[in-house]
Design a protein around this ligand. Sequence first.
Ligand code: NAD
Length: 477
Amino acid sequence: MSKKKYDVVVIGAGPGGYVAAIRCAQLGMSVACVDEWLNHQGKPSLGGTCLNVGCIPSKALLETSHLYALAGHDFADHGINIKSLKADIDAMMARKDKVVFELTQGIDGLFKTNKIKLTHGHARLAPGKIVNVSDRGSCDVREELQAEYIIVAAGSSPVRLERAPIMDGYVFDSAGALEFDSVPKTLGVIGAGAIGLELGSVWSRLGSEVVLLEAMDSFLPAADKQISRAAFRSFQQQGLDIRLNARLLSTAVKQRKVHVTYEDTRGAQQVKFDRLIVAVGRKPNSDLLFGDEMQIEIDEREYIHVNDYCETSVPGIYAIGDIVRGPMLAHKASEEGVMVAERIAGQKSRVNYDLIPSVIYTHPEVAWVGATEQACNAAGIPVKTGVFPLAASGRARAMGDTDGLVKIVAHEQTDRILGFHVCASQASEIIAQAVIAMEMGASAEDLALTVFAHPTLSESVHEAALSVHKRAIHIKN
Ligand code: NAD
């Protein structure tokens, strides 16, 4: 078999891999990308978890279910009366699938435009920067590629629990929970992290009674306490029954129900559901990628070990995205892809890991960047904070969407913004203002001196910045 030679071979076409491949091609390199994803129809589909079974389809269903919930609960407040409201699950799923299909096709188009050679199959690295491609589950090498540089962007998979094995029709992982054919009357979710909250919200809005069982004793522990408290209250009011300190003991399917036993501070508890979603984190796909002869260091949690610039222990082999340390977020993976492509091209690019925004796409959305007030206190950093509740925003009132707050954490002496935390409608958009401000090294005063359009939700950013200096206009300081 002849070896095809490229400047760069990228393994994986998710938001890390496809972006890395495009940036390499833009910089004049010859690029091949190997990806093994197959969609429900058994057809190759680019975009990895994010496009196929993650960020995009979940956002499509979150949007649809939000509109349904508004129509059911809020339209009457606006004087819009709907006589009969019905959720057409088949149509909702078809719309979601169409959104996914069009976006995955878009990446196909971008690969063609950028002359990236796409190979479908499972890639395995061999010494000499050789990538062997085979069909999944087969050892027969179908194609052999060789490159000067290799970028591994093979992503992650849902963590499985022995105590809650996936079972057709009853126990689902995050991908299965995007494919329900009907609304379960009762739905259990193991894990109240980003995925559990988003999927729990989708099905709760469509009519399921949802219980989330979370092992930890605090809710969204990475978020600022004031924000996680506000979000918790809001989600409980919507009907999401979030039970903390709930450690899963066992599950069993009996008489068409999933019986779940868990333990909390009061002892063993039992509850039964029509369906159960397991959303307890993801693990890197670092197995099946390398033979033992490769000297790639992998840590005890199965992440590929890399330096600050995503280079592995073998020079010229890079790894990016969910398969390496740091948050498992599409935008982090993409930025690492750009950095690696540019460093291969001799540039000095880097990723600012301190300013990667986190977003949970519930309603209200939860978003943050930088340090929490609690982390600053623990580190002995003197801070002052400014908070503005959405209830005091004219635009939020006009929208009828007043849950939540914006909070700014600034250094007490320098006034530099250290953290920015939002629980609000459109927090995912609001947080971008904070990331830009913090990238530019802004102080709270810089934001306070900026003119924001009225009436907008963004004015809450302005008011929170004013509130850092106790001069917010629309609340008592
Ligand atoms: P997560 O780590 O965010 O949350 C999992 C939760 O499950 C944790 O709170 C954990 O304490 C709990 N848990 C673990 N084992 C448990 C058990 N046995 N019983 C009860 N609770 C248990 O993971 P996730 O929500 O599955 O998401 C996976 C990854 O994907 C994360 O890194 C996340 O950031 C990313 N993601 C991000 C978004 C987003 O940014 N909007 C959306 C989806 C996924």
